[in-house]
Design a protein around this ligand. Structure first.
Ligand SMILES: [Zn+2]
Length: 337
């Protein structure tokens, strides 16, 4: 009986151990499950965090892309304004001044837009067997500029204006550009004793007219006409020094090979002036005609319609100077290093 009782106790102990063992086993397996659950939860959290980071990175990327696009568009718009009509003479794509100079993005641009015909290039005109004539007007703006512009508009002709620095003519500078003409520089002061006194003085005057035109019209001018031309004899400083100054800045200067004598101080009748131009034009396939735009020279306004008609009879097409134009210079800029 006692033995049976001991045996019974042993069984109970074994049973208890068994139960304990099972409990331990149970709790182990619960911990395993709990651990597995935790791992699952952690990896879910990790995935969630990674998702958020990727989302934020994408958002930043989109914002940067947006900013870059915006920056490029603004820059492009500035370029369009900057390169409107006057064209770098040495390199880059040829653009006729008569082509629409402003992109569609420049609605806020202050220069009035004039629908402009697509102009042929100098080469195309020559290939057709026509002469090319570049009418150039120096010394403006003046009270006569608008009259000249009206006549040019009436004949649908584009020309080139080499202007000086004047206050009170902002709308005139803008109209020259807006009408599709080429706007060039002719010094700010046009005072020979100042402009040609030294390279430094020339540089100061150049900066002044450049900034004047650029700030009023938004166009960066690239063409220059020396007061008196590059072959003038009034400068005490050798002209090569000023030519080098312009060469270094990629500015092309234009002289002329035909003139009317409208500013020579003699009272030529209009007919005589027209004859002088025609004689000059007759000699060359490409002519740059020197004319003037000042308050005193009503005669230039008066003769312009007849001059245009006579030039057309001669088989000449009138164009604005662009970067594809032949360069007419009394002193070759290429000879100055
Ligand atoms: Zn002049």
């Amino acid at each position: 009986m006692e033995q049976y009782g001991r045996q019974c106790l042993q069984y109970r102990v074994i049973a208890m151990k068994e139960i304990n063992y099972r409990n331990i086993q149970g709790s182990v397996s619960t911990r395993k499950q709990w651990n597995a659950g935790n791992r699952h939860k952690r990896s879910r959290n990790r995935a969630f965090r990674t998702g958020i980071i990727v989302f934020l990175l994408l958002l930043i990327l989109i914002l940067i892309t947006f900013c870059v696009i915006l920056f490029i568009r603004v820059n492009k718009q500035n370029d369009i304004r900057g390169n409107a009509v006057n064209l770098p003479p040495v390199s880059g794509n040829p653009v006729d001044a008569g082509e629409q100079p402003y992109g569609d993005e420049s609605e806020d641009y202050t220069v009035s837009k004039e629908p402009v015909d697509k102009l042929p290039s100098e080469q195309e005109v020559l290939e057709e067997g026509h002469k090319v004539v570049y009418l150039t007007f120096d010394d403006g703006p003046s009270d006569n500029t608008e009259k000249l512009l009206d006549i040019l508009q009436q004949y649908r002709i584009k020309a080139t204006f080499f202007t000086v620095g004047k206050d009170g003519y902002d709308d005139v500078y803008r109209r020259i550009v807006g009408d599709g003409h080429t706007l060039g520089m002719h010094s700010y002061s046009h005072d020979y004793s100042k402009v040609y006194s030294s390279v430094e003085a020339f540089g100061r005057d150049f900066e002044k007219i450049y900034n004047h035109i650029e700030s009023i019209t938004g166009v960066s001018p690239t063409l220059y006409r020396f007061p008196g031309g590059s072959s003038n004899t009034v400068s005490n400083v050798p002209m090569e020094k000023f030519i080098k100054y312009l060469n270094d800045r990629n500015i092309t200067y234009y002289d002329w090979n035909a003139l009317s004598g409208d500013a020579e101080g003699k009272e030529f009748p209009a007919d005589e002036m027209i004859d002088r131009v025609l004689k000059g034009v007759d000699k060359y396939d490409v002519s740059v005609v020197l004319l003037h735009d000042t308050n005193a020279l009503d005669v230039t306004v008066e003769m312009l319609p007849e001059l245009i008609e006579e030039l057309r009879k001669l088989g000449a097409d009138m164009l604005p100077i662009t970067r594809t134009s032949s360069v007419i210079q009394h002193i070759d800029a290429g000879s100055v290093k």
